[in-house]
Design a protein around this ligand. Structure first.
Ligand code: ADP
Length: 492
């Protein structure tokens, strides 16, 4: 399938099965060709070479015996028999001194070929080493025969001649047998090869086909489809990877659904309120300045909430898509904390909130000042929103290392259940669903998370039920001096 989802026809010739078959076939044919070559070409050449050297050995043996005048007929008979040869030894005048003929019609030096012996004797005498050998066709059986003549003594004055004759026929019959064997072995190899390649192709193909089926289902939107790659390691890894990817995709999908539901819900609530109160002003309270004031106040509050929500969504999507580049500058986070706390004075005066800020040293960091400000605001706002009856919030700056400061925002609220702690940084996660309309958008902590991640700052939360929660993050920088926070803590 291509992206369009339109079915595409794939060539079967490129399928695993056909590919395996083709390669196996090529492999087997190569082996067979190699076998034929080895047996027919090189064997024939080697055999003939061996026969020639054999005939030389026999001739030399006879020569040694002859010069010592020691050989007996019995010895020569054995020699001829062992080497599959017939032997004829003549004296200087061509008289037969010894003869062994065990090959009947194959023995050209005996019988009907004798008339030519004179000719070969002359050829041997003419040669430099007194030796002449040739391959001759035996007219009787139409087969190849090796004929060998050696002059005894001085070639110009020979004392005799050795004729040796061996058939090359056994070679042909051997080749015939081997050829037949090769044909049988070839046929067996082909059948075996086809069988093995069939099973091999199935072995490779089956898990892949299973994965393709699941992928098709998955592509059609069935997120429950499971990938099964058992068979061999690579497909198992592939299936595991796909299962992981599928799980993540289905998570993203359900998150997307939740997100849309939450956003529309969050947008609808203030919109309904704005519409309802606008209608009330138009129909009922328009003439009553007190009521009108109150209702318009609600409309303004709800519009603010709507604007805040839209801003949060925009911020988050910017942060998540990575388009929100960081604007690094060097500033004192300690001063920033105190500045922000200054802005909460109204809250503490009007609503009785108590803020305790503890900073011992002035700590300078390099970060995006606006984003870090947003992190502090989000954490402090949450602490204000979720702190308990005693309305107390602690903001602490601790120097944990030479180059690290940890900022902690602690409230004295009812805390967060341990199993919910890993979830609260997720987009739209809200532990207290019931208070949805009252405070927050459910995006504050995911914005905090994105910003701190972008800065590579560590962050986290610890919480104890009934005692309160502490949200913290660590910034990298350096201490630039003391910071007396007592004078600034006018909110205490
Ligand atoms: P909200 O706008 O709902 O506060 P946040 O992303 O800031 O969204 O927080 C997500 C959820 O985490 C909140 O709905 C709340 O349940 C929980 N939470 C955040 N801060 C605190 C806190 N200081 N104490 C208790 N619960 C908190």
């Amino acid at each position: 399938m291509k992206n369009s989802g339109k079915p595409v026809r794939y060539g079967h010739l490129k399928s695993v099965r056909i590919t395996v078959w083709i390669y196996f076939f090529i492999f087997i044919v190569s082996i067979l060709v190699l076998m034929w070559f080895t047996f027919s070409v090189s064997l024939e050449a080697n055999y003939k070479r061996m026969k020639v050297s054999n005939i030389f050995d026999v001739a030399n043996y006879i020569l040694t015996d002859w010069s010592e005048d020691e050989f007996t007929d019995g010895n020569l008979d054995q020699l001829a028999y062992d080497n599959d040869m017939c032997i004829l030894i003549q004296d200087a005048y061509g008289n037969r001194v010894y003869s062994y003929d065990m090959m009947a019609g194959n023995c050209l030096i005996h019988g009907f070929f004798t008339t030519d012996l004179y000719k070969y004797r002359a050829l041997a005498k003419e040669s430099t080493r007194g030796i002449y050998y040739t391959e001759v066709r035996n007219p009787r059986f139409n087969n190849e025969v090796l004929l060998f003549v050696m002059v005894l003594g001085d070639p110009s004055d020979p004392s005799g001649y050795i004729f040796l004759n061996t058939s090359l026929e056994p070679l042909n019959s051997t080749i015939g047998i081997i050829n037949r064997q090769i044909i049988i072995v070839s046929a067996m190899l082909l059948i075996l090869g086809l069988g093995i390649s069939y099973f091999l192709a199935r072995l490779i193909e089956t898990p892949i086909v299973r994965i393709i089926k699941s992928a098709k289902k998955f592509g059609e939107g069935d997120y429950s489809a499971k990938f099964d790659g058992h068979g061999y390691t690579e497909t198992e890894i592939l299936a595991d990877t796909l299962n992981y990817a599928a799980e993540e995709i289905s998570k993203v999908d359900s998150l997307r659904r939740d997100l849309i539901a939450n956003i529309s819900h969050d947008l609808r609530t203030p919109l309904t309120m704005v519409k309802a109160y606008a209608e009330m002003v138009r129909d009922l309270s328009g003439d009553d300045p007190v009521k009108r004031q109150e209702h318009i106040g609600i409309i303004i509050d709800e519009s603010d909430r709507l604007a805040a929500l839209v801003n949060d969504i925009l911020d988050l999507s910017k942060l998540e898509s990575g388009t929100g580049e960081l604007n690094y500058s060097t500033f004192s986070i300690t001063k920033k904390i105190h500045d922000i706390m200054g802005r909460y004075t109204l809250l503490s005066e009007q609503d009785g909130y108590k803020f305790f800020v503890t900073t011992k040293s002035d700590f300078e960091i390099s970060a995006d000042i606006i984003k870090i400000e947003q992190v502090l605001y989000n954490l402090i706002n949450n602490a204000v929103n979720y702190t308990g009856e005693n309305k107390t919030v602690y903001i602490t700056q601790l120097i944990t290392d030479d180059d690290t400061a940890r900022i902690e925002v602690t409230d004295t609220g009812k805390g967060i259940e341990p199993e919910l702690l890993p979830l609260i940084f997720d987009r739209y996660y809200r532990a207290e669903k019931s208070r949805r309309e009252v405070i927050g958008t459910g995006l504050g902590l995911s914005i905090v998370k994105q910003i701190l991640k972008q800065h590579n700052f560590k962050f986290g939360v610890r919480s104890e039920l009934g005692v309160g929660s502490t949200f913290w993050f660590e910034v990298k920088g350096r201490v630039t001096g003391e910071y007396s926070d007592n004078e600034r803590n006018d909110n205490e």
